[in-house]
Design a protein around this ligand. Sequence first.
Ligand code: DP6
Length: 359
Amino acid sequence: MNTDQFLVKSALKHLEKASFTWQTPSNIALVKYWGKSNPQIAKNASISFTLNNCHTITTIDFVKKEISDEAEFNLFFEGKEKEEFKPKIAEFFRRVQEYCPYILEYKMIINSENSFPHSSGIASSASGLSAIAMCLMSLEKELNADVSAEFVNKKASFLARLGSGSASRSIEGPIVVWGKHPKIEGSSNLFGVKFPYKVHPFFENYQDVILLVDKGEKQVSSTIGHNLMMNHPYAEGRFSQANQNLTKMSKILQEGNREEFINLVESEALTLHAMMLTSNPYFILMKPNTLEIINKIWEYRQENESNICFTLDAGANVHVLFPENEKENVLQFIDNQLSSFCDKNQYIMDSIGLGAKNI
Ligand code: DP6
């Protein structure tokens, strides 16, 4: 794999201090990444909608210092120093320092906040790590004027992936593929790429309402879940199915076949959870209300000839996906029939977004 392209080869400018702020989004996978090998290489290609409202805003202040062996940083989350988040970020810096050696020459003060409640069960690693990756790339661009905007995004996705696989899909939008796939031109195991084909207007401004079924800490982290795919009896079948599903999804997104979209998205969500049910040790991340909601969505779709469908990530929350022209009716349905299954009746309204923003 050609990781050489991400090494810093030219001499860098001297810069005493700098500060950058990035807003980067969360994303929701349509074909799921579940199972990886070292170093953070997915076992199958995945594709996601980039979100808009669910995002992280991160500022990093860089102050020049003597070079050290390990990255030095302070981490503030919503204004408070967060020791418990530090090990994951320290590990991220260890993984990227080969590609960003300049971070060892700066003290980094990281200030981060999420637009969604921290304990909402929404994975913040995708938006959180992509925001840090963009700040690092802003510094790299200051230090080396030859770095192009295209390279900034590519390397930011590469770096973000080393922190959290799905974070590689949170740099650009509206639709991103991560993982080498024969039917997706330019795709790579190392970074996410924008879906390279024209998308059918049916998917324009597609909506995602996230129903907050369970805001508690997950019982099994994604990292443990990915590892349980190692000796999983259905692993090989799953990885090849996901790659075939990506071929199908690419065609669906270009041609706008609604029934096929609904069928594939829901099947991917349930297959992801089927992998959890059939791991050893086995685990269940859905809650009774997750199933109540799924059944209500199926009923509503049939009765109203709607294009609504659901997907899940590694948790109990339900993402309700639908085209913009159904917004009014679906929001009414959610208020009347689904919100009562949510923790404190809470949900988040979101839609497809365009990726990282410098602010
Ligand atoms: C179910 O990207 O959170 O959301 O690489 O270990 O950080 P790590 O895992 P992570 O896994 C996400 C899994 C998923 C599916 C997906 O987003 O594709």
